[in-house]
Design a protein around this ligand. Structure first.
Ligand code: ZN
Ligand code: ZN
Length: 122
């Protein structure tokens, strides 16, 4: 059953969409800057409901917990310089490691770490 989107939930959703990838701290800062008038408790409650409903996913990239909208499956690149997070299109199927050949693999998450175009050392 699809739960009703409350106005506050929609505001949290809109903020995540605007930020792309966000930590909860960034989300809270963004929402208070935009006078969203949504309490911390509501933000956290909305986040966990949206995760349950499959609208938002929470992922661990390096040391940070990131929230993003659920969209097409993709990988991430995390820049060690500016800390930007880039979405990476997933076009090739991953070779499943031999050790897993008798397993039923459902998902795979891949994160690349390095330096983006702007931070790359010449
Ligand atoms: Zn960078
Ligand atoms: Zn992403």
């Amino acid at each position: 059953m699809q739960r009703r989107n409350t106005a506050q939930r929609l505001r949290v959703l809109g903020a995540i969409e605007a930020l792309g990838h966000t930590t909860s701290e960034e989300l809270i800062a963004y929402m208070s800057k935009n006078n969203s008038n949504v309490s911390l408790a509501t933000i956290y409650r909305s986040l966990s409901t949206m995760i349950e409903d499959g609208q938002v996913r929470k992922l661990k990239l390096g040391d940070s917990l990131i929230y993003e909208l659920v969209k097409e499956k993709h990988y991430h690149f995390v820049c060690l310089g500016c800390k930007s997070i880039y979405d990476v299109k997933q076009n090739d199927a991953i070779n499943i490691p031999k050790e897993l050949k008798d397993f039923q693999v459902e998902d795979c998450d891949l994160t690349f770490f390095g330096y983006c175009k702007n931070c790359k050392k010449i």
